[in-house]
Design a protein around this ligand. Structure first.
Ligand SMILES: [Zn+2]
Ligand SMILES: [Zn+2]
Ligand SMILES: [Zn+2]
Length: 380
C-alpha cells in the first residue's frame, strides 16, 4: 500500500475571495509587524495577557467542548461499479484517434480476451482548524479614542465569525480594553528621526563634482559653487525626517493584536494494489465519491469493504487529533472516499496479445505497447 501523505501548504497569507478584510486593517505588512510596538518590558501587564504568542486553548475558555471521536463507526454500504466492454472499447478508440500518429485500426479491430477490474480508492481527511496568537502592536497616536478601561476578554472568548469552512484565511483584530498611549520609542517622542543620508548635517556631497568643488582644474562647480557640498535631498536640508513609526506624532497608540489563522490541513492516501498501473497518474483525475462525511470530529471509517481504507482512516483521524486538538480549535472535519475505477484490458490484434488500462471517471487510457504507431513517437 502506497500512501501519499501531505499537509496542505497553501500560502497562509492568502485569503480566498470570501475572506473579509479584518476589522482592524493591519498597516504593517512586513513579517515582523510587531516590531513597531515599543519593547515589551515598557508595556503594561494586561490581566489574561501576561505572556503573548500562540494561545493554547484553556478548557474553561472553550465554548463547545472539544468532541472526542467515538470508537465505532456507523454501518454503511458501498456499491462498487465496474466498467463495461462498450465503455472500454469507446475509450480506446478515442485514445487512439487523439494520437496523431497512431493507427486507429487496432483499437477498432481488437478482440477482448479479458477485462479485470482493478479499482482502487483515494481517502482524504481535511481538518479545518483555527489558531490564535497575540502580540503588541501600535499605530501613530493622533487623538483617537483610547479603549483602555475595562477587563480585556480572554483570547479564545472573543467571538470572531469563520469566513468560510475548509479555506485558509487570516484575520487580525484589536483586543478590546488593551489600548494605551506611549511615547514613540523610535524617535524618543520627537516625531523626527535623524536623516541617514546626511547623518543629521542637512548637507550632502555634490554629485556633479564628486565633492571636489571643481569640474576641471580651472572650472569651478556651478552646482555647489565650489563648496563641494549641496543641500541633502532626502531631508531637504533639515537633517532629520518625519519618524516612520509614529508618522511625526511622537506618540503611539499601543494595543494587543489578536491574529486568527484558519487552516485546512489535508491528509491524502491512495491505495496501490500493485497492478502495474502507475498510481502517480491518479493525482490529476477524478474518482467517484463513495462517501462524504462531515462533522466537528469525524468517526474513523470502520466498515469499508477494503480494510486498507479502514486502517488509513483510523490512522489519519488519530494523527490529526493528536496534531491539532491541543494547539488549535478543530472547527470541522471532512473525510471522503473516492472510488478510482481502473480496468485492465487484455486484447488481441494481429494475432498478438496486448494490454491497456482505462482509469478515472474521465475514462483516460494508459498503455505502454500500442501495436500500430510510427516509430518516431514516444508515449508517456
Ligand atoms: Zn559641486
Ligand atoms: Zn539629510
Ligand atoms: Zn516616532
Amino acid at each position: 500500500m502506497d500512501r501519499t501523505h501531505l499537509l496542505s501548504d497553501q500560502d497562509e497569507a492568502h485569503c480566498g475571495p470570501s475572506c473579509p478584510a479584518g476589522s482592524y486593517a493591519d498597516p504593517n505588512t512586513t513579517p515582523n509587524a510587531g516590531a513597531t510596538a515599543p519593547p515589551a518590558d515598557v508595556m503594561p501587564v494586561v490581566p489574561g495577557y501576561e505572556s503573548l504568542g500562540p494561545n493554547v486553548i484553556p478548557p474553561s475558555d472553550f465554548g463547545v467542548a472539544q468532541p472526542q471521536a467515538p470508537s465505532r463507526a456507523p454501518e454503511r454500504r458501498f456499491d462498487i461499479p465496474a466498467i463495461t466492454e462498450e465503455l472500454a472499447h469507446e475509450a480506446f478508440i478515442k485514445y487512439a484517434s487523439s494520437r496523431c500518429c497512431y493507427s486507429s485500426k487496432p483499437a477498432k479491430e481488437m478482440v477482448f480476451t479479458d477485462l479485470q477490474s482493478l479499482n482502487t480508492y483515494r481517502y482524504r481527511l481535511e481538518t479545518f482548524t483555527e489558531s490564535r496568537t497575540t502580540e503588541w502592536d501600535s499605530e501613530p497616536y493622533n487623538g483617537q479614542v483610547v479603549d483602555g478601561f475595562g477587563v480585556a476578554p480572554a483570547p479564545w472568548s472573543i467571538p470572531v465569525p469563520i469566513p468560510s469552512l475548509f479555506q485558509d484565511c487570516k484575520k487580525s483584530i484589536r483586543v478590546p480594553h488593551t489600548s494605551t498611549v506611549k511615547g514613540c520609542h523610535s524617535c524618543l517622542n520627537l516625531g523626527r528621526s535623524a536623516c541617514s543620508r546626511c547623518t543629521n548635517s542637512g548637507r550632502a556631497r555634490c554629485g556633479s563634482c564628486s565633492g571636489m568643488g571643481r569640474t576641471s582644474p580651472d572650472q569651478r562647480c556651478n552646482r555647489c559653487h565650489g563648496s563641494g557640498m549641496i543641500r541633502c535631498h532626502s531631508c531637504g536640508g533639515a537633517g532629520s525626517i518625519t519618524c516612520k513609526t509614529c508618522q511625526g506624532q511622537g506618540k503611539l497608540l499601543c494595543f494587543i493584536k489578536l491574529q486568527i489563522t484558519w487552516k485546512n490541513n489535508i491528509y491524502v492516501a491512495v491505495i496501490d494494489k500493485g497492478s502495474g498501473f502507475p498510481v502517480a497518474l491518479l493525482d490529476q483525475i477524478t474518482g467517484e465519491k463513495l462517501l462524504t462525511d462531515m462533522a466537528p470530529v469525524v468517526y474513523p471509517v470502520a466498515s469499508f469493504p477494503d480494510c486498507s481504507i479502514n486502517a488509513t482512516s483510523q490512522s489519519a483521524v488519530t494523527e490529526h487529533l493528536a496534531q491539532f486538538a491541543t494547539t488549535c480549535r478543530i472547527l470541522q472535519q471532512r473525510q471522503t472516499i473516492e472510488l478510482i475505477p481502473i480496468t485492465r484490458v487484455h486484447y488481441t490484434w494481429n494475432e498478438k496479445t496486448h494490454i491497456y488500462f482505462v482509469y478515472g471517471t474521465e475514462h483516460e487510457v494508459f498503455t505502454k505497447d500500442y501495436p500500430a504507431k510510427c516509430c518516431c513517437c514516444s508515449i508517456l
